[in-house]
Design a protein around this ligand. Sequence first.
Ligand code: ADP
Ligand code: MG
Length: 831
Amino acid sequence: MHYQEKIKNLSIKKFVRPFRKTRALFDKATGNPIEMNLDAYRRVVSAIKFRDFRGLPDGELKIRSKTLMAESRSVLKVHRRDAKKAPYPPHEELIEAFALVREASRRVLGLDPFDAQLIAGLAMAGGKIAELPTGEGKTLAAVFPAYFYALSGRGVHVLTFNDYLARRDAAWMGPIYEFLGLAVGCAREGAQARNKRHAYDCDVTYATAKEAGFDLLRDGIAISAEDLVHRPFHMALVDEADSILIDEARVPLIIAGVGERATWDTHRLAGLVKASAPGRDYETDAEHRNVFLTDKGAARLEAALGCGSLYDAKNQRLLEAVYCALHAEALLRRDIDYIVRDSRIEIVDEFTGRVVVDRHWPDGLQAAVEAKEGFSRKTKGRILGSITLQHFFRLYPRLSGMTATARPAGREFKELYGMNTVVVPPNRQSIRIDEPDKIYTHREAKRAAIVSEIARVHPGGRPILVGTASVQESEGLARDLERAGIGCEVLNAKNDELEARIIAGAGKPGAVIISTNMAGRGTDIKLGGEEGQKLEKVASLGGLYVIGTNRHESLRIDTQLRGRSGRQGDPGSTRFFISLEDELFERYGLTGRLFKRYRLSRRPEAVENIFVSRDIKHAQRIIEGQNFDIRRSLWKYSELVETQRRIIQVWRSSVLNQDQGFETNLGPVAEKAPDLFAAAIARFGKRETRELERRLTLVQIDDAWSDHLAWVQDARESIHLVSLGGKTPLSEFQRSATDEFLKIRPRVEEAVIMTLKSILAKEGPLDFDAKGLIGPSSTWTYLVNEDQFGWGIEMLSGRNVGFAAGAALYAGPLYVFTLLINKFSKKKSKH
Ligand code: ADP
Ligand code: MG
C-alpha cells in the first residue's frame, strides 16, 4: 500500500465512522431524504476500480459489453427487482457495466472518471438525485447509469436543460456508447417525425424534457400506429434536476390545433378596465396575487357592457374575461413579468430572469395581456392535449437526476417523486466567502449602498457580477452606475442574444455586469476572461465578486447566484444587499412588522441588528415552505385530469392498434348501430368499414377530449368564484370534472354514428382524407405559465398564506403552530 493511503487509513475518519453509521440509521428512521453517508457507495466504487480493464484489448471490451447486453436482455426480472435497492448490495452486472464505461471513457474521450463521478453514477443507478457541484463533470457521470439501463434494450432518455446541451452531450458522450456497442440519438427540437423516431429507437436518447413531452402529446393524437415516435418509457435521467423536476413541475405542456372558441371582445374589456380606478373599482390583496372587483367597479362595467348583473349565471364566461382583463391590468407588469419585443408578449421567468420561449399564460389571460398591449390575437386554436411536466416524468417507471443544488430541494424530491438525494462532495473544496447580508430600511438607501460598494471595489479591477430581480431593476441600477461614472454591461431578457459574449468577458479585470437571474444556472464564468489570460491577477484581487440585490422566494436561486463565484476552488466572495421594502417582504407583509418590531426609522446606513437578519432568514424559509404547499395543493387539481388523460389514452391506443385484418369483427360502436354498419359494409366492404370506424373513433375521441380540456380550463378559471360561494373548490371541481368526463364515451359513440350516417348519405367513393377522418391540419406546441395566477392562492382559500410569514415573526413559532393545526383541522372537516 502506498504510504499516503496508509496515512489516510489511519486518519481520524476511521474513528468517526461508527458515528456516521449511527447518523445514517437515524436518518433512515426519521425519513431524512438527504444521504450524506457515502460508505456504501465507496465500497462499490472500490469493487469497480478493482476490475481494471486497462490491459484488455478493445475487442475484448466490446465482447464483454455484448455479453452483458445479452445477459441483461434475458434476465430483466432481476434488474427490475434490484433497481430500487441499488447500489448496495451491488450486483455483478452493475460493477461490470460501470467498469466498462470507465475504461471506455479513458480510451475514447481521454477522461479518467473521478470517484465523485462514479458515486454520482451509482446514486443515479439507484433511482436517486445526485448532487455534484458545478463543473465536476455530471455529463460523464450520467453515462454510467444510462449505459447500465440501456443494456436491456428498452431505451434510456437523458433529459437536458436545453436543446443546445442535448446536442452537445449526445455528440460528446456518443463515442463511449458506440464503443460499447450501443446506439445513441438526439431528438432535436423541431426535427421531423422520422428523425425523432429514429432517435427514440436508439438505446440512449438525449433530448430536452419538454421536447420529449411534446412528442408524447403528438403521439397522443396520431391517427396511425406508424406515426408514433416514442417507445414505451423505461428510464429517464434528468440534468439540472431541481429546475426541471421541481421549479417547472407544474408547467403544463400543451399541443394545440387549428379551430377556435368564441371569446369576448378582449380589447373592449381591456379599455374598460384601463379606465377603472384602482381602490375604487377594484382592489388587489397585499401579496399582489389576487384582484377583486368592487361593487362600484362591477356596476360601472355592467352599465358600460349593458349585460345585466355580471354575477348572473349566464354571464359567467364574461365575468371570467373581466377577471382576466383585471389580472392583466393590475397584476402583470411590463418589464417585470413580461417584456414586449417584436410586437409580441414574451414572458419573463421569475426564477431564471429569462424570456421563456414558447410559453403562454392560460388562454384567457394571454388574450387579455395581448389586448392590454394593443395586439390582435395571433394564436387562435384549441387545445388538443396537455400534460404537466411532473405527470410526464411520472410516466417513466424509473427516474433519476443530477444537479448542483439538490439539497435545498430534498424534501420536494422526496414528496413529489419519492426520490432521495445523495450529496457527493466536490473534488476541490470551495474557498468562496459568503459575506453576511447588508440590510437597509428602504430601497433608495440600498441602491445608494450598492452603487458606492461598486464604486469602492471597481477601481481595484476586481470583476463584479450583480444579480437583480427584474429587467426594470437592472436598467435602473445601470443608469445609477453610469451617473456615478462607472461603465457596466447589462444582461437581461431583452438582450439575451448577447449572453455568450457578455458572459465570456464577465471574469475579466474591471468587468461590471448587471444581470437578471439569467446568469444563474449553468453559466460558466471563467476568471480572467475566456482563455483565463489574467487569471492570476483576478485571483489575487479576490476573484469574482457577486452582489445580490434581492433575496428570492427560493433559497436555491440565491445559492445558484452565489455559485457563479468560487468555482472549482477559485477564490471569490458574495454579498446580498437587501432592504425591508423589497418586494418579497412587502408581498408577504413583513415590511411593516419589522419596522414596528424593531422600532426602525428610515435611515441611510445599514441596520446592524442580527435579530433582523435572523428574522429575514426565518421568513424566507417559511415563504419557501408555503410555496411548496401551494404547489402541492395545485397538484391535486391536475391529478384528476391526468388520470382522465391516461384512461382516454388507454382507450385510444386500443383503437389505434386495432388489428386491421379483414377477418376480424367490427368494433364496439358497430354493435350499437348494426344496421348502419351493415349498410356501410355492403357499400364499402368489411375492411374499409372497419378502418372507417377506427378513424372516426380516433378523431371523435380527440375532439371530445379537446372539449373536455376546454371545459376543465373554464372550470379552473371560474373556480375562485365557486370558493366565494362557500363551497370547497377542490371537491366541487372534482365532482363536476368527473361528471363531465363520464359523458365522453357516449358522446364519442354517438358522434361516430352520426358522422357515419352523413358519410353514407353522400354519393361516391370513400375519401379517407375528408374532414372528420383526419386530425387537425396543423398543430403547434407551447408551455403555459400558470405560476403567476392568483387562483392558486384563492383555491387554497389561503389569504393567510401570505400572512403566515409575517405572523411567524410577530408571535413566534407557537403562532404558526396553531395556524397549522387550524389549517389541518379545517382540511379534515372539509374533505
Ligand atoms: P457539470 O455539468 O457538472 O457542470 P460538465 O459535465 O459540463 O460539468 O463538465 C465540466 C468539465 O469537466 C468539462 O470540461 C469536462 O471535460 C471536464 N471533466 C469531466 N470529467 C472529467 C474527468 N474525469 N477528468 C477530467 N476532466 C473532466
Ligand atoms: Mg451540466
